[in-house]
Design a protein around this ligand. Structure first.
Ligand SMILES: Cc1ncc(C[n+]2csc(CCOP(=O)(O)OP(=O)(O)O)c2C)c(N)n1
Ligand code: SF4
Length: 293
């Protein structure tokens, strides 16, 4: 059998993540795609813990821990320092959670994208501020329970469309990816590695304690998110060329995805219908942009 995913492991076992953490799969596949000539920078997030305390580390590449809001600026600085030293080979990656990307790091992210800095920005999206106790973020979906959007006042704001925000910066590459589709994920990271300029990749990464799900359902949930088109897999090149990588012909109803998660268990039928209507609208918009309807 021909393996499409590199065998090289740059993430070791014995890290500090919870069982079934989607963010660890995201990292493992990303490093397989990038190889060891890579430097990472992390803001405050679960990954600043998962890696382990100094001098221990679960990653075989250099990394720099940085303040929550500073991923875009820090990665820009690392890249500039390497260039001064004559190193144009090493891949620089800003690696942040959704809180550090959609909300608190958005300013530095936008600045780096506007300058078309030559690094890859990866957001692993577990749809809340997990590391500090499951507070709502700009990536939290409509209807979800979080610690700051309790059941009686559940989240009633839609997830920010971060892809469109980034595409509006006219950067060369924007892509979504999922831990349930590792071949697609690795292909996109490799493609991003070969592009010069600012590249943004948004990886869907379920979180069992934050979503109130079973650890063994992480990949199933990530797959259902694609099959229901809650999280479609697509690319935007040079802010105008849309490609849907996995076109779902027979979409599953959103309830199949929601019912596995404790964070949605308070929802009533009318809420689920409302969520479905919005997913339908978004999917149609995307099909139009990709020229498929
Ligand atoms: C300026 C600032 N505000 C708040 C914090 C506390 N803090 C540390 S990690 C974190 C949550 C990060 O959430 P996210 O970026 O979504 O990553 P996740 O924890 O989900 O991996 C918060 C609020 C901080 N370190 N700095
Ligand atoms: S809280 Fe969620 S994202 Fe953080 S380590 Fe645990 S499973 Fe992973």
């Amino acid at each position: 059998m021909r393996l499409s995913i590199p065998e090289q492991e740059l993430m070791t076992p014995g890290h500090l993540a919870c069982q079934g953490c989607g963010a660890t799969l995201a990292m493992r596949y990303t490093l397989k795609a990038l190889g060891n000539d890579t430097i990472l920078t992390f803001p405050a997030c679960c990954w600043s813990v998962i890696d382990g305390p100094f001098p221990y580390t679960s990653l075989k590449v250099p990394l720099l821990h940085m303040a929550f809001e500073a991923t875009g600026a820090t990665a820009s600085g690392i890249k500039a320092a390497l260039e001064i030293k004559g190193n144009t080979e090493t891949t620089v990656v800003g690696w942040a959670g959704d809180g550090g990307t959609f909300d608190i790091g958005l300013q530095a992210l936008s600045g780096a994208a506007e300058r078309n800095e030559d690094f890859i920005y990866i957001c692993y999206d577990n749809e809340a501020y997990m590391n500090t106790g499951i507070q709502r973020s700009g990536a939290t979906p409509w209807g979800a329970w979080t610690a700051t959007t309790p059941v009686e006042n559940f989240n009633s704001i839609f997830k920010k469309n971060i892809e469109e925000i980034l595409a509006a910066h006219r950067i060369p590459y924007v892509a979504t990816a999922s831990v349930a589709y590792p071949e697609d994920l690795v292909k996109k990271i490799k493609k991003a590695k070969g592009i010069k300029g600012f590249r943004f990749i948004h990886i869907f990464a379920p979180c069992p304690p934050g979503w109130k799900t079973r650890s063994e359902d992480t990949v199933k949930l990530a797959r259902l998110a694609v099959q229901t088109t809650v999280f479609p897999l697509y690319e935007i090149e040079n802010s105008e060329k849309y490609t849907i990588n996995i076109v779902i012909k027979k979409r599953k109803p959103v309830n199949e995805y929601l019912e596995l998660q404790g964070r949605f268990k308070h929802l009533k039928e009318e809420h689920i219908n409302f969520i479905q209507e919005n997913i339908d609208k978004n999917w149609e918009k995307l099909l139009k942009k990709a020229g498929l309807i």
